[in-house]
Write a new protein. Structure first.
Length: 138
């Protein structure tokens, strides 16, 4: 799923659906919710449907496992991206874990680009080594 998320983030969110994703980079409202939160539905709906349909036709079916993968990655996204990185709910803010700090740093670098072009660090769980190395020395 990390590869799918990276591709979707780089070429779709920073591409033709930039208008939906833009408020995640440039705050346009004081609302708790962002237009960018609509991407939750884009992934949650097929994930749920695949799990349901895969369950009906049998657990060994590929659709069930694809749906479960989408759903588990969505949960990881919520905990890592929304709670840990962006602190949308103030929890998980005092980690000393080098891996988690590297994820946060890579995402911060991603957000220094306010436009849809010239971005970097489009993934979430696979950290570019240069950010991990920075924290593993401490």
């Amino acid at each position: 799923m990390e590869g799918v998320a990276w591709f979707t983030h780089k070429y779709i969110m920073h591409g033709f659906l930039w208008k939906v994703h833009k408020d995640h980079h440039v705050k346009t409202t004081k609302s708790f919710f962002e237009n960018n939160d609509l991407f939750f539905l884009i992934f949650a709906i097929p994930g749920s449907l695949f799990i349901i349909y895969g369950s009906i036709i049998g657990y060994s079916q590929l659709l069930f496992w694809v749906g479960l993968g989408i759903t588990i990655y969505g949960a990881a996204y919520f905990f890592v991206h929304d709670l840990f990185i962006h602190q949308r709910i103030k929890v998980l803010k005092n980690s000393k874990n080098p891996y988690l700090l590297a994820i946060r740093r890579g995402h911060k670098v991603h957000h220094k680009h306010l436009g849809k072009q010239d971005g970097e660090c489009f993934g979430m769980l696979l950290v570019p080594f240069k950010y991990f190395k920075h924290y593993s020395k401490k």
